[in-house]
Structure formats: structure tokens, C-alpha cells
Unconditional design. Structure first.
Length: 322
């Protein structure tokens, strides 16, 4: 009898211990599950963004890279023929590509430099807190928010040979006999002017934000030490403003190198090929002549050029202590 009671007692104790272990196990499982959900939940939230990037960015890039190794002209045949690196070899022997690259670099370089200088001047003017600066801040944003096609058409009307305000002004003083866009020597300059008009406000706002972040005490100390206006600007303002300038110029260089819509609306690459940029050349080869494989190769060459120029610019900037 005693032995039976002893065995029964041990069984009850084991059952209690088993129940406690099961409860603790469930509790631990619940805690781990909650932690896992907390850790994984942010990744579930970014899944739509990842899928969107894969579909909109990664897949088109991979597809265009694949097409660049084929001869594919749907106007002739729907079948793509593999030709290896022949498209890339043809690019570097293409005189029109070299001309388009030269025009693109001139356009982007001149436009960005003028925008930087004009934007810096406007930004310095805005820091003066003069009467009407609040209105000026709002006014300089207007060209930037306009669609590039709208800007291109507007300047095209201003450059019209007959009735265009700018062309009529130049003809009245005897500088031109026809419209501004009729001469290869002035058409590219006209595009640069329209780009400067559109994006100077963008530069000015970024530089103004950088100027506003500079502590006023530095200017006070420099003035007390007898620094002139130019010395304060050269040794106080510019060194602190350099990182902002690097970012602003980087944004504008990348955008200017791939400019297309404004050029298409204003000159359509003419007269001749005087405003034939890389983006316009890619559009012509791909969507006008349907040389899809060659246009894809041009796109990748253009991407490599933009990345290389930006990397060189960043390295030079950092070497100068930015």
C-alpha cells in the first residue's frame, strides 16, 4: 500500500512538472515569436518597395544590358541576333557619337558652371535680408517646377526667327540676320541659356540653405580680426559651403548630362547636329531608326560615362579637403 502511494505521488509530481514545463515552453515560444515578428516586421514593410525596384529599375537595366549584345531592329525582323561586343566596338568608331559626347560635355559643363555662379550670387543676396527677399525666394522656384518640355517650348517661341522676342532683339541691333536657332554657333548657347534660366533657382535654394547653416559667430569673429568682405567670403564662407556645393553640382551634372526633353522641344538636335546630345542620339537610334540593340549599348556607355565623371569629381573634391 505504501509502495502504491509512493508511486502515485511520484506520478503526480511528474505530471505537475510536465505541466509547468509545457506552460514555460509555450511562454518561451510566445516570447520568441513576438521577438521574431518584431524583427521581421520592418522587412515585410519594405517588400513592396523591393519588388517595385526590381520591376522598374533592376529588370529594365538587366534587359537593356542583354539587348546591347544583340542586333535587334523590330522594323526589319522580330528576331534578335547575337553579335557580342560589336555594338560597343561600333560606338567608339562612330563619329556622330563622338560629336554628341563633345556637345553633351560642353552643354553640361557650361550650364552647370553658370548655374553655380548665378545661384551663389542669388543665395548671397538672399542672406542680406533686404526688402522683397521673401518674394524673390518664391519667384526663383517657378522655373524649376515647370516641366522641361514647357521650358523648351517657351524658349523656342522666344527664339523664333519671325516674331521671337530674343531673335527680334538681336536682329534689331544687327547681331543676327535670322533667328537664334538658325545658326549652329548660337543654337547650343541658346540651349545653355534656357537651362540656366530653369535651374539657377534650384542651385540658389540649396546654396542659400548652406549659407544659413553657417554660424553667425564666425562672421563676427572674422570682422573683429579685421577681415575684409572678400577675405571672410574666401576663408570662412567657401570652406564651410564646399560640401553643399559638391552635392548641388553633382545633382546638376547628372541631370544635365542626360538632358533630352528640353532639347527635343527647342531644337530637336539642329540645326544639323549642333545640339545633338547623347540622350538625343540614343532616342534617334532607338525610337526613330529602331536600332534597339545599338541604342541599348549607347545607354550603357552613357551610364558608365556619367558614373565615371561623378566619381572623379567626388575624389577630386575630397582630395581638396571637402
Amino acid at each position: 500500500m505504501r509502495r502504491y502511494l509512493k508511486i502515485q505521488g511520484k506520478q503526480e509530481i511528474a505530471k505537475v512538472m510536465f505541466d509547468d514545463t509545457a506552460k514555460n515552453g509555450k511562454r518561451i515560444f510566445m516570447i520568441l515569436s513576438r521577438r521574431a515578428i518584431r524583427m521581421l516586421f520592418p522587412y515585410f514593410l519594405i517588400i513592396p518597395a523591393i519588388v517595385t525596384i526590381l520591376l522598374i529599375v533592376i529588370y529594365p537595366l538587366a534587359y537593356s544590358l542583354g539587348l546591347s549584345f544583340f542586333y535587334y531592329n523590330p522594323a526589319q525582323s522580330l528576331k534578335a541576333n547575337f553579335i557580342g561586343l560589336r555594338n560597343y566596338v561600333s560606338i567608339f568608331t562612330d563619329e556622330l557619337f563622338m560629336s554628341a559626347l563633345k556637345i553633351t560635355l560642353i552643354f553640361a559643363g557650361a550650364a552647370v558652371i553658370l548655374e553655380l555662379l548665378a545661384g551663389l550670387g542669388i543665395a548671397l543676396l538672399l542672406t542680406r535680408r533686404l526688402k522683397g527677399t521673401m518674394f524673390l525666394r518664391s519667384l526663383i522656384v517657378v522655373p524649376t517646377v515647370l516641366a522641361p518640355v514647357v521650358v523648351g517650348l517657351m524658349w523656342r517661341y522666344l527664339y523664333f526667327s519671325e516674331g521671337g522676342l530674343v531673335s527680334e532683339l538681336f536682329k534689331s541691333v544687327g547681331w543676327l540676320e535670322k533667328g537664334v536657332l538658325a545658326y549652329p554657333s548660337t543654337a547650343l548657347f541658346a540651349l545653355i541659356v534656357s537651362d540656366v534660366w530653369e535651374w539657377t533657382g534650384f542651385m540658389a535654394l540649396i546654396l542659400f540653405a548652406g549659407l544659413e547653416s553657417i554660424p553667425r559667430q564666425l562672421y563676427e569673429v572674422a570682422s573683429i580680426d579685421g577681415g575684409s568682405t572678400w577675405q571672410i567670403f574666401r576663408y570662412v564662407t567657401l570652406p564651410i559651403l564646399k560640401p553643399v556645393v559638391v552635392v548641388a553640382v553633382l545633382f546638376r551634372v547628372m541631370d544635365a548630362l542626360k538632358a533630352f526633353d528640353k532639347i527635343y522641344a527647342t531644337t530637336r538636335g539642329g540645326p544639323g547636329t549642333s545640339t545633338f546630345t547623347l540622350s538625343f542620339y540614343i532616342w534617334q537610334e532607338g525610337l526613330r531608326f529602331f536600332e534597339i540593340g545599338y541604342a541599348a549599348a549607347l545607354t550603357w556607355i552613357m551610364l558608365i560615362i556619367i558614373i565615371t565623371l561623378c566619381q572623379v569629381y567626388i575624389k577630386i573634391s575630397y582630395k581638396e579637403g571637402i
